[in-house]
Unconditional design. Structure first.
Length: 584
């Protein structure tokens, strides 16, 4: 790439203040440096895109342009990598962000505060509101999240832009947009977290006028009047403000910890200057090499296998063509006009004694090519986690215990690689979402106990992946209880269950299984249930004992009548009667 294109030597189209000129110069200077440092990474991404995600080709270097509808699959021979990438995205989506269930829960940061039922109910309502806006029609989260997972598998880096959404009908909510890696130029802070970046993107003049009607670059007036659909370059720079450079008490942009600046490269115009309360582009890396900002992907790890498979597929196709339409060998003085049409007669193709004068050129062993290709396909499927999830489908006759054990094993195997997405992507995204929802007034009022705690909260992952990682706790307990019950069956000693505190175990298992707080009974209801159960048991015992007491009373009456009103032997004498001796 010619770095001279980064000089930004276009003359300004309108007069700017000194502050505006300083901001534009700073943004362009920072962007030039980030473009230079990312050029090698962009070349690596381009090589991967050619093999497994061709739609993203030629989008990783500043200044690249693609004509709409251009063909991009001309360098693909085998589609295994493309299919594996799609399955990888589906696997992460089903494990970490399944649409049919809650995969995150909000809780008070202090467990004591969480014991307050009003606080627990509030966090449950806030969680429902969060997921309602995530999957609302104006949010567009599901499709954009799928692109993040796909980008993570192909390029090792995935970014999501989260902002407030406003519709023409007055609806308010969240809006999501996946930012392609070619558009994002990222920076880390001193702790290794992505806290700033510059996004390079393109808009037509009409789109720019819709976005910035008051600060529209004058240099684009002529293209706007012509109605051109050509696109022009813009920058969106997001950086944290220096400590002490902003006042949190201020209600305008100067009170926000993150600065947001939009700049038009054509004309060198400052389009807008505002801010964010939280970083609006949560970004995750799959793996990270020392000294690098951008992530490393499964596709990078098995790039040799992807290249080898494409080369093997070419050889395999040649062998297949030769086998289907073989090369024929004839003698020097053999047939000169040989017809390959069906039903054709070729005289002279055999000798007078019946020996064939035409032979087929051997094509090699196609089976060996298949086996070599299968070996590379297995490596690709392993890297994209596809083979890990074929276990359950290949052995459908497993018992429930075996399924739990296999699920636990998957959680252990995937925790080091997939668990990072919770910390870098999903949790920061939830923080950003709650910040936006609070700003637009979508959250309910806080209960008193939570207000005293200043609204401190934490985000708990309850995705299938998190449940699989915690499945070992519940599975271990159930195995221990089953073993104890086996001992009780032998010894008939029910006291062996006394060490287990089921009052603690039952709520803990419910929490592992993500049972909503509103589904659990309060301590008062639990006490009332136990009292009612004890009273019912006492009444049942009295009912069961009633026939025996009636029989005893009847027998006592009969004995008293037969003995002249004397009490039965062994019964205490009635009041006013002397005790009877052995002889009556």
């Amino acid at each position: 790439m010619d770095n001279s294109s980064l000089a930004f030597d276009n003359p300004p189209a309108r007069l700017m203040s000194k502050h505006e000129e300083e901001v534009v110069d700073r943004v362009q200077r920072e962007f030039s440096q980030l473009v230079t440092f990312r050029s090698t990474t962009g070349t690596h991404w381009e090589e991967i895109a050619e093999l497994i995600w061709p739609e993203t080709r030629n989008t990783f270097q500043y200044g690249n342009y693609n004509w709409p509808g251009s063909k991009k699959t001309d360098r693909q021979v085998d589609a295994t990598g493309m299919m594996a990438l799609s399955r990888f995205a589906a696997i992460l989506d089903s494990l970490l962000t399944p649409r049919n269930t809650f995969w995150q829960m909000l809780r008070a940061d202090d467990d004591y505060v969480m014991k307050d039922r009003a606080t627990a109910i509030w966090f449950e309502q806030a969680t429902k509101i969060l997921f309602k806006h995530r999957y609302s029609p104006i949010g567009n989260f599901a499709s954009q999240n799928q692109l993040v997972w796909k980008s993570l598998g192909a390029f090792g880096t995935g970014s999501m832009f989260v902002e407030a959404a406003y519709t023409a009908l007055g609806e308010r909510g969240l809006r999501y947009r996946h930012i392609p890696v070619g558009e994002m130029f990222l920076r880390e802070n001193h702790q290794g977290l992505i806290d700033s970046g510059i996004r390079w993107f393109k808009l037509t003049p009409r789109q720019a006028m819709q976005r910035w009607p008051k600060t529209f670059p004058p240099i684009l007036n002529a293209p706007l009047k012509m109605g051109t659909e050509m696109t022009y370059n813009f920058l969106h720079c997001i950086t944290p403000r220096e400590p002490g450079s902003y006042d949190p008490e201020m209600l305008d942009a100067s009170g926000m910890p993150f600065e947001s600046v939009y700049v038009s490269i054509e004309g060198r115009c400052l389009l807008s200057e505002s801010g964010y309360h939280s970083f609006p582009i949560p970004t995750s890396r799959y793996e990270q090499a020392p000294g690098e900002v951008y992530g490393r992907s499964p596709a990078m790890a098995i790039l040799p296998a992807l290249k080898t498979l494409n080369a093997q597929k070419r050889t395999f196709l040649k062998q297949g063509h030769r086998a289907a339409d073989p090369v024929l060998l004839t003698a020097d003085d053999g047939l000169m006009d040989f017809s390959l049409r069906p039903g054709a007669l070729n005289k002279g193709g055999v000798s007078s004694d019946g020996k064939a004068l035409v032979h087929v050129l051997p094509t090699g062993q196609i089976q060996i090519a298949k086996e070599m290709m299968q070996e590379e396909r297995q490596l690709i499927n392993d890297a994209f986690l596809v083979s890990l999830f074929q276990i359950l489908t290949e052995t459908p006759t497993m018992t429930a215990t075996e399924v739990i054990e296999r699920t636990n094993e998957k959680g252990i195997l995937m925790a080091p690689t997939v668990g990072r997405q919770e910390a870098e992507y999903l949790a920061p995204m939830a923080q950003r979402e709650l910040d936006v929802l609070s700003y637009i007034g979508a959250l309910p009022p806080m209960p008193p106990r939570l207000k005293e705690a200043r609204g401190a909260y934490k985000i708990v992952s309850v995705s299938p992946m998190a449940k699989a990682m915690r499945a070992g706790e519940a599975a271990g307990l159930m195995r221990a209880v089953e073993n104890t019950k086996a001992l009780i069956a032998i010894t008939q000693d029910q006291s062996l269950l006394d060490p287990y505190d089921f009052d603690i175990i039952s709520p803990a298992i419910a929490e592992i299984q993500s049972v909503p707080a509103s589904w659990m009974a309060t301590p008062e209801k639990i006490a009332a249930k136990r009292k009612s159960r004890a009273d019912a048991q006492q009444r049942q015992e009295q009912i069961q004992a009633a026939p025996a007491q009636a029989a005893m009373m009847k027998a006592q009456a009969v004995a008293s009548k037969a003995g002249g009103g004397q009490p039965m032997q062994g019964q205490p004498p009635q009041q006013g009667q002397p005790p009877q001796g052995p002889g009556g």
